[in-house]
Design a protein around this ligand. Structure first.
Ligand code: NAP
Length: 314
C-alpha cells in the first residue's frame, strides 16, 4: 500500500512549517495538520527581535502569516484538524484526526508545549478575570494598572518587559535568588524602572471579588507572607510538551521527546522538532533549523524504504 502523503507535519509553528517547506520543496507530498492558526506560540509574540534577517522587530502574527504563505507556495497543504493519535504499521504511519485518518511514510511532530499553571489558590477561579498566561493578549486590558509577573525564565522576562510598556507598575517575583533567563533578557528587566524585581518570592494565593484584587506573597528566605493589591497576575513558569497523540517514544525526565542529530525519535520515520523536542535552547530560529533537518532526513528515510538512498545519508 502507498500512503496518501510522504510527509505529515503535526503542528504548524515555525518548526513544523519549515519542515513542510523543505519537504514540499524536495517534492515530498506534504501535509500540515494544525488545530488553530498557523504560527503556534510565535503568534503571541508582539515584537520578535532575534530572528535573523529582520533588522527591525517583526510582529509574530505577520511573521507566521508570511511563513504560512511561503509554505503553501512550495506546495504543502494545510489541514485544519486535531491529531488524536499516531500509529505505525508496515512502514506506514496513520494519523487519526478530528477530520478522519491520514497516512504517510513519515511524520514530523511539532506540537510545541503548553503553558504551565502554578496551582495557587484562586488561579483557576480568576483565570480570564485578571489571571493570564499571555501578556500580548491580555496586557492591554490592564493599561496603567498594577501587574504581577511570576517566573524567572526568558518568557517571564520578555513578557514583563512588554507589560512595562503599558504601565509603570510591574512587580516581578521569582522563587530563586537569581533569574534563569538569558543574561540579556534578565538585565533588561533589572534595568527597567517600571519593573520592580523581588527575588526569593512565591505566589501563595490570588484573591478578589469578581476579578483579581490582591495576592498573597511569600518571602522564601524568612517565610513571611504578606498581602498586596494587584489588578492582574501574569504567570510564565514554563511549559509542558504536547505529546499525548504520539506513540510511546523515548523522552527526557520532563517529557520532551529525545531525538538523534537527525531529529529522528526512537521510532524510525518519526521526527520531533521545536518546543516538543528535548533541546538545550528553545528559539524560533533553532526550531526552524530543526524543521529543515527533519524534512531532509524524512526524504532520506523514504528513499531508504524505496531502496533509493543516496550513499552517506542515513
Ligand atoms: P523556563 O525556561 O522553563 O523557565 C520557567 C521559570 O519558571 C523558571 O525560572 C522556573 O524557576 C519558574 N518556575 C517553574 N515552576 C515554577 C513554580 N511552580 N513556581 C514558581 N516558579 C516556577 O520556561 P520559559 O521561560 O517559558 O522558557 C521556555 C523556553 O523558551 C526556554 O528554553 C527559553 O529559553 C525559550 N524562550 C526564549 C525566549 C527568547 O529567546 N526571547 C523567550 C521566551 C522563551 P526555576 O528557575 O527555579 O526552575
Amino acid at each position: 500500500m502507498t500512503p496518501e502523503w510522504d510527509l505529515v507535519v503535526v503542528g504548524g509553528g515555525p518548526a513544523g512549517m519549515t519542515a513542510a517547506q523543505y519537504g514540499a520543496r524536495a517534492n515530498l507530498r506534504t501535509l500540515v495538520i494544525e488545530e488553530m492558526a498557523a504560527g503556534g506560540a510565535v503568534l503571541l509574540i508582539s515584537d520578535m527581535e532575534n530572528y535573523p534577517g529582520f533588522p527591525e522587530p517583526v510582529n509574530g502574527y505577520e511573521f507566521s502569516e508570511a511563513m504560512r504563505q511561503q509554505t503553501e507556495n512550495f506546495g504543502a497543504v494545510f489541514k485544519s484538524a486535531t491529531a488524536d493519535s499516531i500509529t505505525k504499521k508496515n512502514n506506514i504511519f496513520t494519523v487519526e484526526t478530528s477530520d478522519g485518518p491520514v497516512t504517510s511514510w513519515t511524520v514530523v511532530l511539532s506540537t510545541g508545549a503548553k503553558h504551565r499553571h502554578l496551582g495557587a489558590p484562586g488561579e483557576e477561579e480568576f483565570s480570564g478575570r485578571g489571571v493570564s498566561y499571555c501578556a500580548t493578549c491580555d496586557g492591554p486590558f490592564f493599561k496603567n494598572k498594577k501587574m504581577l509577573v511570576v517566573g524567572g525564565g526568558d518568557s517571564a522576562c520578555d513578557e514583563a518587559s512588554y507589560l512595562a510598556n503599558l504601565t509603570e507598575k510591574v512587580v516581578m517575583i521569582h522563587r530563586r535568588d537569581r533569574f534563569r533567563a538569558q543574561k540579556v533578557l534578565a538585565d533588561r528587566v533589572q534595568n527597567n524602572s517600571n519593573i520592580e524585581v523581588r527575588l526569593n518570592h512565591t505566589l501563595e494565593g490570588i484573591q478578589g471579588e469578581s476579578k483579581v484584587g490582591r495576592v498573597v506573597l511569600k518571602k522564601t528566605d524568612s517565610g513571611e507572607t504578606y498581602e498586596e493589591e494587584f489588578d492582574a497576575v501574569f504567570i510564565f513558569i514554563g511549559a509542558d510538551p504536547q505529546t499525548s497523540m504520539a506513540p510511546d517514544l523515548e523522552k527526557d525526565d520532563a517529557g520532551y521527546l529525545i531525538t538523534n542529530q537527525n531529529m529522528e525519535t526512537s521510532l524510525k520515520g518519526f521526527f520531533a522538532v521545536g518546543d516538543v523536542r528535548a533541546t538545550p535552547f528553545r528559539q524560533v530560529v533553532v526550531a526552524a533549523g530543526e524543521g529543515a533537518v527533519a524534512a531532509h532526513m524524512a526524504a532520506a528515510h523514504i528513499d531508504d524504504i524505496k531502496g533509493e538512498v543516496y550513499a552517506g545519508i542515513k
